[in-house]
Design a protein around this ligand. Structure first.
Ligand code: PLP
Length: 394
């Protein structure tokens, strides 16, 4: 008999991790799967960061850290926020967590009461919806259109707001669409929020540095939004440090203190060696990681060019992150190689089984017409994967 709580029984398995597991299974059977499903840079962590970690081990950093992170790391985060985002935070406003994922889970736990609504512009990062649900919140999906570069407009935001709306969560650059909100677009959303002072914003900026057009803007830069915005960031993506598990927030101090309290009961401080290494990562000039961004930019061009040769893939031009999110709905209802494709999940599974390429269904991101393809893979793998997809569909 299932004795588990409703909470866990109702929780979806992360679709990206599920696809990675399925791909691993097929690989174990000897199939040559090309993985374009995970949101993970295929670079090594830069040497100067690894050296800082080795030094920290040798200096015997091995004890519990302050729950909200070493002061030196929080100071480096404050300097980074000032340098890159023109944001002024003080020490009590910063909390370091075990990845941006924990930072987001903390915010949900301390802000959401049962029944509170959280507006999620679709497509959204795969975990937002379930993190909100775990806190008994109600995700409210706002469908955007590829013609508007998958961005929520002020009118759509206004229409989604109810007296129960507590928060809005979005990422810019966006996982999975790669869309980047401009200052003007954010201002238009902020103007709507002016009329609804009870609503708070989570601005997830973890892909900040992987931005091909430049001009990253943070919602908290607007004076009237500073006290209503939690700015989430981390080192997983830009510094190729997914496994080190360090993320952080800059927030109004009452929210940060609550996250600190929450974290103090469930995990305590993040890993001590990783925290020391991240001081070095954040103090470095962002030009030291530009080689990775340049390579992502080349791969973006490559994959967009190759996808444009396949009929039925309609995509926006992503301005950041390392994903494309093509609309593949023109295939729905068709039968190819004896397999009927009714939705994005069928399509993604078809690509896995027939093209041996792992992607992720858009359903997991709140958009059932698209699939997500990660180009955090070598150019050779991208070329081979798209060749296989083209041939499987022809
Ligand atoms: N936010 C977004 C938009 C992401 O894509 C991810 C990871 O895929 C995260 C947060 C979580 O990052 P972390 O590895 O720091 O937990």
């Amino acid at each position: 008999m299932n004795q588990l709580s409703d909470r866990i029984n109702n929780l979806a398995t992360s679709a990206t991790l599920a696809m990675a597991a399925k791909a691993r299974e097929l690989r174990a059977e000897g199939k040559d799967i090309i993985g374009l499903s995970l949101g993970e840079p295929d670079f090594n962590t830069p040497d100067f960061i690894k050296e800082a970690a080795i030094e920290a081990i040798n200096q015997n950093y091995n004890s519990y850290t302050p729950v909200d992170g070493y002061v030196e790391l929080k100071e480096a985060i404050i300097t980074k926020f000032k340098r890159d985002n023109n944001l002024n935070y003080s020490l009590p406003q910063i909390v370091v967590s075990t990845g941006a994922k924990q930072a987001l889970a903390n915010v949900a736990a301390v802000m959401i009461n049962p029944g509170d609504e959280v507006i999620l512009p679709c497509p959204y990062w795969v975990s937002y919806s379930d993190i909100v649900k775990l806190s008994d919140g109600v995700p409210v999906e706002v469908q955007t259109s590829i013609d508007n570069d998958f961005k929520m407009t002020a009118e759509q935001l206004e229409a989604a707001i109810t007296p129960k709306t507590k928060m809005i969560w979005y990422s810019s650059p966006c996982n999975p669409s790669g869309s980047v909100y401009s200052k003007e677009e954010l201002r238009a959303l902020a103007d709507v929020l002016k009329k609804h002072p009870h609503i708070y914003v989570v601005s997830d900026e973890i892909y900040e540095h992987i931005n091909f057009k430049g001009g990253h803007f943070s919602m908290a830069e607007f004076e009237d939004m500073y006290d209503r915005t939690v700015t989430v960031n981390g080192v997983s993506k830009a510094f190729a440090m997914t496994g080190w598990r360090i993320g952080y927030i800059g927030a109004p101090d009452w929210i940060a203190r609550a996250c600190n309290k929450m974290q103090g009961q469930i995990t305590s401080g993040a890993n001590c060696i990783a925290q020391r290494a991240v001081i070095t990562a954040l103090e470095a000039d962002p030009s030291r990681i530009k080689y990775m961004v340049d390579e992502f930019k080349e791969r973006r061009k490559l994959i967009l060019d190759l996808l444009s040769e396949i009929e039925g893939f309609k995509t926006n031009e992503p301005e950041g992150a390392f994903y494309v999110f093509p609309n593949v709905s023109s295939y729905f209802g068709k039968t190819i190689k004896g397999k009927t494709i009714n939705n994005a999940s069928d399509f993604s599974l078809f690509l896995l089984e027939e093209a041996l390429v792992a992607t992720v269904t858009g359903e997991a991101f709140g958009n059932p017409d698209c699939i997500r393809i990660s180009y955090a893979a070598s150019q050779d793998n991208i070329k081979e994967a798209i060749k296989r997809i083209k041939s499987a569909l022809s």
